[in-house]
Design a protein around this ligand. Structure first.
Ligand code: NAP
Length: 234
């Protein structure tokens, strides 16, 4: 993968102390403190694009946009647009156009299959509809051949830094093709439990000997939470 021109990628997630990113009902994650929300917003403000899975959008209904005026000003001072591009990844492209997301003042792109693209291409909601797989499969982009050209295309479209905000299914597919550079986890003081509650990395999992390895860059407790920052060892 050396020489591949692609955006630098950083996952940002809040997790319960038992390692869940949502409860078993997949409710929107509202368990982070104001400090965690500020941390998430600061990571989003450093990104050119924000990538998330369709289930995350369906659960929350909105994108995480930058609202802090200082962060917006810093972006403008750096010659960036006020908001990063919000990129939804969906194989089916079955996304309710009534979601509040579509009324937020943010640029929106869609990553989907050739079949999924058909229903959105002539509509105004997404500025770009990028095709991740020509297959009409409901679960595309499971291998490197699918993701690598998409990430190259994102770089060509000017995205140097990508924040990846979940969920566990999308993250599993990106880790499987070694496209993740950094990981922020905020450990929050609650236990969600539930065998079917989503975790930071779902999918089929990795055998321990092949599991992606991390290097701890920092660990900072703030009040009741712990902010962990890792780098992926490629
Ligand atoms: N605590 C946190 O920080 C945090 C952050 C984010 C999300 N969450 C929570 O996590 C839950 C959602 O996570 P999740 O794992 O269920 O779902 P997800 O990863 O957000 O979304 C899964 C969907 O994304 C699309 N997708 C994922 N990988 C794809 C690929 N390789 N190619 C094409 N499409 C792909 C598919 O959409 P289609 O079904 O449309 O084909 C798939 O069904 C929600 O409860 C959300 O609130 C928590």
């Amino acid at each position: 993968m050396q020489g591949l021109k692609r955006p630098h990628t950083t996952i940002v997630l809040a997790i319960s102390a038992d390692g869940k990113i949502a409860d078993a009902q997949r409710s929107p994650p509202r368990f982070g403190s104001p400090a965690d929300k500020a941390h998430l917003e600061s990571q989003v403000a450093q990104a050119d694009g924000v990538l998330f899975g369709a289930a995350t959008l369906r659960a929350g209904g909105t994108a995480m946009k930058v609202v802090n005026p200082d962060l917006i000003q810093r972006r403008l001072d750096q010659g960036k647009p006020p908001q990063p591009v919000q990129i939804v990844c969906s194989g089916s492209a079955k996304i309710d156009p009534q979601l509040r997301f579509f009324r937020q003042v943010v640029p929106r792109w869609l990553l989907t299959t050739a079949a999924g693209a058909v229903s959105w291409q002539e509509r105004p909601e997404f500025e770009q509809v990028l095709v991740i797989s020509e297959e009409n499969s409901a679960n595309p982009a499971e291998n490197q051949d699918d993701w690598i050209p998409v990430f190259e295309q994102l770089a060509e479209l000017g995205l140097q830094r990508l924040a990846i905000l979940g969920g566990g299914e999308l993250i599993a597919s990106l880790l499987a093709v070694d496209l993740v550079d950094e990981l922020w986890l905020t450990i929050c003081p609650l236990l969600l439990g539930g065998a079917n509650a989503p975790t930071p990395v779902d999918g089929v999992g990795f055998a321990a000997e092949f599991a992606p390895r991390l290097e701890l860059l920092s660990a900072q407790p703030i009040e009741q939470e712990v902010f962990l920052h890792y780098r992926l060892k490629h």
